[in-house]
Design a protein around this ligand. Structure first.
Ligand code: IYR
Length: 221
């Protein structure tokens, strides 16, 4: 990219009361987001995922390198292959790789190595982190703050999907190399999160867990 021109900022200032109201309404909306592990197979209406991805792509990133790539998987055969590969890693994780401390931390969530939702949910969004970009002459361009940038974009994607009425699960089978092979992504991209998206099944349940209240999660100095 060449030197940016500067243009006037398009910023809408709002009255204080409207700011408070919008902040409270958004907080209430986001408080109802839950990580879902029981999905229905009904498809997501056209355009919803696309708009949410455009939102994610508007995230701030180190040097505006936008070090991400999103692969939207809806092909049943691809989803089945991802499920099979992920469950293989998860069986290893739950039976050998995970420490006792880690397994204890996961207990309240009730997770195990079975990941049927990877085949049931209508959409899996594999989010890749790009360690490098390539310029027009195929020269490597280093990216900066890649994990921070992709983390922010992922958060915005989750919020955008929730706002549109789509439930998600941030799934991180580890290691996730198999996603490069199955989805044909180059080696300088690393799978960051596999986001499962869709409608919750009618009998979906979620663990009864809480979030820190404001006075614990933040300090004002
Ligand atoms: N990836 C495993 C284990 C797991 C790890 C964490 I940290 C979680 O918050 C949830 C699950 C799995 O998906 O089961």
């Amino acid at each position: 990219m060449t030197a940016a021109r500067f243009i006037p900022l398009d910023f809408r200032e709002r009255p204080a009361a409207e700011m408070r109201e919008r902040a409270a309404l958004f907080s209430e909306l986001m408080r109802r987001r839950r990580t879902v592990r029981h999905f229905d197979s009904r498809p997501i209406p056209d355009g919803v995922i696309e708009h949410a991805l455009i939102t994610a792509g508007s995230a701030p990133s180190g040097a505006n390198r936008q070090p991400w790539h999103f692969v939207v998987v809806s092909d049943p055969a691809k989803k089945a292959a991802i499920r099979e590969a992920a469950e293989k890693e998860e069986r290893e994780f739950y039976s050998r790789r995970a420490s006792k401390e880690w397994l204890e931390a996961l207990e309240p969530l009730g997770t195990d190595a079975d990941k049927p939702f990877l085949a049931t949910a209508p959409v899996l969004i594999a989010i890749f982190l790009r360690r490098f970009n390539f310029d027009a002459d195929a020269k490597r361009l280093k990216n900066y703050y890649t994990a921070e940038s992709v983390g922010i974009a992922t958060g915005m994607l989750i919020a955008a999907l929730h706002n549109a009425g789509v439930a998600t699960l941030t799934h991180t089978p580890s290691p996730m190399r198999f996603l490069n092979d199955l989805l044909d992504r180059p080696p300088h991209e690393r799978a960051f999160v596999l986001l499962v998206a869709g409608y919750p099944s009618r009998d979906a349940v979620v663990p009864e867990i809480g979030k820190y209240p404001l006075d614990e999660l933040a300090s004002f100095v």
